[in-house]
Design a protein around this ligand. Structure first.
Ligand code: GDP
Length: 392
């Protein structure tokens, strides 16, 4: 499906930049337009793929291009004040050619955390296309203020979008890596998972004919109804001898081919299980997910309807959902069969409850420390017996 992507804040801009790079590399055609919005000039200058005319610096009169310093209330205020400047960049998007908006932001900082829900509310008021969020949760080692920002932004962002796709940095960070190289890998993971998912609905005419192709309306229907979503992924390397032999073998149906078919089907069902039970973008219990979409990508001769059907049934049993959709996304020159599972409307998410708990503690601590330092300052400045008088 074709998306208009808006990256808010540093993480948001970098991830949208990565989506453009992915699009160029794979010709998936998912990014119809890309806009980056920030209060920090340096972050906008660091982007590589987003066209310069689509980079919007907001809040110049308030923060002079230096960012909001993890103050997400200020981030929200500035986004609201300068919404016309953001709209100016969105005006250049041919909205009739996009299937949906995707607003990308790190939720622990200031600009994206505060601004993303504001722009979501604005877009929903103006356009009929769905508005989705891709929200990145901070690592638990980032500290209380980031957790508090994320918890408050999460509440607001979920309310303002048609669906919030969540990626949790915490479950993906690797020890011993610098923060920057860590983000490089994490961003690759984000773009790969969501790239296959959204790319599935973009199989054009003249492309390899899929057995049961995923349409963008199936992605939209899976995301409809709101709430929070998570994405699973698994892949296996396969021998790719080219599309023709595979297509032919589908019709000839000799004994060898039957073995092949059984093998293909088994591979697909096990990839579906691995994707659902492995690491999700937001770890959660899959039981109780309201809707799901299963996408199998890879060389067409390694995809079959039976495998996807079995995978779908298994997902129905595991989630208890009656709305499990599935299809394939043929990528003729790939050496992998990959399974991507979108679980939408998940509600049993211990990570969010834990985030909220830590955020509440941080909020209480911040209040206590502020009170204490006010008292301490007063003790320092005032002489003990009040013998001195200030000048005025
Ligand atoms: P903002 O510019 O004020 O919106 O804040 P940032 O985007 O710099 O940071 C917000 C949060 O996003 C941080 O607390 C990190 O958890 C996360 N973050 C920052 N950069 C990246 C990145 O490149 N990739 C990912 N996945 N997360 C990031």
């Amino acid at each position: 499906m074709k998306l208009a992507m808006i990256g808010f804040g540093q993480a948001g801009g970098k991830i949208v930049d990565k989506f453009l790079e992915y699009d160029e590399r794979t010709h998936s055609g998912i990014v119809r337009s890309a806009v980056a919005v920030n209060t920090a000039k340096a972050d906008l200058m660091g982007l590589e793929k987003i066209p310069e005319e689509n980079r919007v610096l907001i809040g110049q009169s308030r923060v002079k291009g230096h960012g909001v310093g993890a103050d997400n209330e200020l981030g929200a205020e500035i986004a609201e004040e300068d919404i016309d400047e953001v709209q100016g960049a969105i005006d250049s998007i041919p909205v009739h050619e996009v299937d949906a908006f995707l607003i990308v932001a790190g939720m622990g900082g200031g600009t994206g955390s505060g601004g993303a829900p504001v722009i979501a509310k604005h877009l929903k008021r103006i356009y009929t296309e769905p508005v989705y969020g891709l929200g990145v949760l901070p690592g638990s080692d980032e500290g209380g203020i980031y957790t508090l920002n994320a918890a408050r932004s999460f509440q607001t962002f979920v309310r303002e979008v048609d669906n919030l796709l969540v990626f949790d940095n915490d479950s993906w960070r690797q020890s011993g890596e610098s923060v920057e190289s860590g983000y490089e890998e994490i961003n690759d993971e984000i773009v790969k998972r969501f790239g296959i998912l959204f790319g599935a609905g973009e199989v054009g005419q003249g492309d390899e004919v899929a057995e049961s192709v995923v349409d963008s309306s199936e992605i939209i229907n899976t995301l409809s109804g709101g709430g929070v979503s998570t994405v699973g992924y698994a892949r296996e390397e396969v021998e790719n001898s080219g599309g023709d032999g595979g297509l032919l073998s589908r019709f000839t149906g000799g004994e060898d081919d039957q073995v092949d078919t059984a093998h293909t089907t088994n591979r697909i069902t096990s990839l579906v299980r691995k994707a659902a039970l492995g690491r999700l973008t937001l770890p959660c219990e899959i039981d109780g997910a309201e809707r799901a979409l299963l996408v199998l990508s890879g060389p067409p001769q390694h995809l079959n309807r039976k495998g996807i059907e079995r995978g779908r049934k298994w997902l129905e049993e595991q989630t208890g959902s009656m709305e499990v959709r599935g299809g394939d996304y043929p990528v003729p020159d790939s050496n992998y069969v990959a399974s991507v599972i979108l679980l939408s409307g998940v509600t049993n998410v211990p990570r969010i409850k834990e985030l909220q708990q830590v955020a509440i503690e941080a909020q209480d601590n911040i209040e206590e420390i502020r009170q204490e330092s006010d008292d301490n300052l007063e003790t320092l400045v005032e002489d003990d017996d009040d013998e001195l008088e200030p000048l005025f």
